[in-house]
Ligand binder design. Sequence first.
Ligand code: ZN
Length: 306
Amino acid sequence: MTARRNSDNARGSNKTTYSTLSIIIGALFGALLGMGVWIIATYSSSHRVQPDIASVPPCADVSTAIQPQVTTKPTASVKPNQQPSQSKSTAGAASSQLIGPVPTPKRSLVICVDPGHPSEVSSGKTVQNGLQEVVINWNVAAYLIQNLQASGYSVICTKTHCEETVTNKRRAEIANQNGASLLIRLHCDTGSGSGYTLYYPDRQGKKNEKVGPSALVIKSSYVAADAIHRGMTAAMKGDLKDNGVKGDSATKIGGRQGALTGAIYSDVPAVTVEMVFLSNRADADFIRAETGQQRMASALAAGIAQ
Ligand SMILES: [Zn+2]
């Protein structure tokens, strides 16, 4: 009996020890859990990834710049993509320099300027180094249009405002319908590289049963890309890395389709300019500045004049 009692006492004592241990372990576990939750909450609040949209530069107000001029060879089907705007706003980065008499066209060449995005492929609104591609494309396009108009070109634009979504097929159709001599498509690259690259359709591609562009457009697109490249290189004076002229087939979409969609549907020479790599800090800083956007536009204009 004594032995059993002792044994019972020992069991009872063990039970007490176990329950005490359970409480201590439970308390420790609870404390650790609480600490973990606190650490995660603190970390995520201080490291939350949220694009600071307020600091992203807005689209320039360039309504005056993008009024289409009447093309020199209008056809019945010509429908310029813009309606003349009555806006005389002076707000925005570029507008103040764009107001004034529109020069009389001295040349018969029609240039179709295509600020890339938003399209069926992408909005172009991803924030990289504080910039959105759609905005940079638009702002440089505004300066380019201003430059080209000052040189006497007739200019049409594929978009009426920065946010307007236009399919890549439609962009080419606007150039075709206005009898453009050149469709110049402005984009910004992303990835590990830096600098500017010019692309032209180096072979036919296929998109939704449409095969194109023609052999003549392939040849003339190369001639245009090569000329624009030479003019740009001279104007940029090495301030951005020069990646040269490449075929559309070297791009991700062009590699899959044979050519970029805008080129497949184009009946006129089509050149896509990836102006900078927005993912590259130095490139982004260059193009963030109004002076950088203006330099890019005048480099493009110098290239087009070649
Ligand atoms: Zn783009």
